[in-house]
Write a protein that binds this ligand. Structure first.
Ligand code: GAP
Length: 489
């Protein structure tokens, strides 16, 4: 594919055409930055979820999962700092009335400089932006935009307003008789799943008899009123997070922060996409709750961007929940402190958080695995689109294809289906030539196809076709299930 932007567009079209991702309420022209997952997309998404959930809650014996509600007591968001601090600096273009996130506007300009061969100017611009953002120096940021003659993409002018903060939380009201400006009944759609974990810290610790260090994991929806939301499922207004809060002794946060950076990178690398697709990016401007933070960035078709965040959240959240709720959020640690020869006693734990967007992970998997392959020979032009998903993530694991719709072949194929479908997701199809059926399975990333033909009736063997190599082998019917199972574990 000629360039990354074309490749990204091709992936978005493929995702729609093959039932992975649809624009939300598309018959009404869609809703900006909101998407629906289709028949294969929802399977892929579920498999990514399971991959994360199983590795967090099964591979680490000291991590358990919960499923907290989206609505939470409004004071939660006061305590967490989201009401006061969950803001992005925004700037409006006075001519087009278009609003931009300041960092995105500057980053887009830096990208233009870079593609125009002005690497140093681009790097200098980003460094100046980071320094000004770290100081919340909005006048300085506006001057930077003006000095660099950054223009609005719609109006083409540099007629900018001052920079203002804009809170990203959505709100609604509880009850049926309240007016919309009734602050007492205002509830928020959670902007992160983490707070559902913090407010349940003692419930889980006590009922699960958990000992520090331990973690609580959760997968769930989060909502943010994102202003710049034009990058398909990369930045959405409704999305899912997979978060884990790891509760530790105060003072040990550096060690655990490094530990989780390494563990999470290992998790990504285990998918086999290659080390060069990932990099760490340390935060210069820290979120209101963090004393250290970094992103794991992935090489998306739109460049290296944040896929997962790892944050050392100190005791910020639990301490504030203790203060606002007036309920102690302490843990009694009966481990002996070697310095004093007595138990560590009561303290509010510190927290290391790992937070990955499920939809971003979906996009990372989809975009990395998408390949347009030229299969032309001197005799014939040919090509295919193949999604080379790791077998454990593939929406469909096996396609069972009778060569013909007669001679008892469908009956044998149906028996293979019945034998396999209780163990993994299988797809049965009789229509069209076998070549067309293979291509359709390549396009949704099915790693194995078996074809039942006339020889099957004679010797109980089928042709198994491997998606990536397109190689075909003859195997006994009773080996099919074991071959697929071995690949998806
Ligand atoms: N609890 C910490 C937290 O929410 P974050 O860096 O704001 O931290 C964590 O978000 C992850 O959630 C990001 O790394 C990203 O993968 C995902 N995410 C954040 N905003 C998103 C959005 N608007 N659309 C899709 N995914 C998003």
């Amino acid at each position: 594919m000629a360039n990354d932007s074309n490749r990204f567009q091709a992936i978005i079209s493929h995702a729609k055409e093959y039932g992975f991702v649809f624009p939300s309420s598309e018959i009404y022209d869609g809703l900006q930055a909101v998407y629906d997952y289709g028949q294969w997309g929802s399977e892929l998404k579920k498999n990514i979820k399971d991959y994360w959930w199983d590795s967090m809650t099964r591979m680490y014996e000291n991590i358990v999962g919960i499923d907290a509600a989206i609505f939470m007591h409004p004071t939660t968001w006061k305590a967490s700092g989201h009401i006061d601090n969950f803001n992005d600096p925004m700037i409006d273009n006075k001519d087009s009335k278009k609003r931009y996130r300041v960092d995105h506007l500057i980053e887009a300009h830096a990208e233009l400089l870079k593609t125009g061969g002005k690497e140093k100017e681009s790097d200098d611009l980003l460094a100046s932006m980071d320094a000004l953002l770290a100081k919340d120096d909005f006048a300085g940021l506006k001057k930077l935009i003006e000095d660099n003659k950054i223009k609005c993409a719609v109006s083409g002018t540099s007629n900018w307003t001052d920079i203002r903060q804009f809170n990203l939380m959505f709100s609604t009201e509880f009850g049926s008789t309240v007016s919309s400006d009734d602050e007492d009944n205002k509830v928020y759609l959670r902007p992160e799943t983490a707070q559902g974990i913090f407010v349940n810290f003692l419930n889980v610790q006590k009922t699960g008899r958990m000992k520090i260090p331990f973690g609580i994991a959760q997968i769930g929806k989060a909502f943010r009123n994102e202003i710049v939301a034009r990058q398909f499922i990369f930045r959405m207004r409704e999305f899912e997070q997979m978060e884990m809060q790891f509760f530790i002794q105060p003072g040990t946060q550096k060690k655990w922060y490094e530990y989780w950076k390494e563990e999470r990178m290992k998790w990504h690398l285990a998918l086999g996409f290659g080390k060069e697709q990932y990099r760490f990016h340390d935060h210069i401007k820290l979120a209101h709750y963090a004393d250290a933070a970094c992103d794991i960035e992935f090489n998306f078709p739109i460049g290296f961007k944040e896929l997962e965040g790892i944050h050392s959240r100190t005791d910020f959240d639990l301490k504030n929940h203790q203060e606002y709720s007036k309920k102690k959020q302490q843990y009694f640690d009966n481990e002996i402190d070697p310095a004093i020869g007595k138990p560590y006693g009561n303290y509010i734990p510190y927290v290391i958080e790992t937070s990955i967007g499920l939809d971003r992970m979906f996009l990372a998997v989809l975009s990395h695995c998408y390949e347009e392959q030229d299969l032309s020979t001197p005799e014939k032009q040919d090509s295919r689109v193949v999604l080379r998903f790791p077998s454990k993530l593939a929406p469909m694991k096996l396609a069972v294809l009778p060569l013909m719709k007669k001679d008892g072949l469908p009956e044998i194929a149906r028996k293979i289906m019945d034998d396999c479908k209780t163990s993994f997701r299988c797809f049965y199809e009789e229509k069209d030539t076998i070549g067309k059926r293979y291509r359709r399975m390549d396009a949704i990333g099915t790693p194995f196809c078996v074809t039942v033909d006339h020889q099957t009736k004679e010797d109980n063997t089928v042709t198994i076709r491997y998606r990536d190599s397109m190689k075909q082998d003859r195997v006994a019917i009773d080996r099919v299930k074991e071959i697929v199972l071995a690949a998806i574990i």
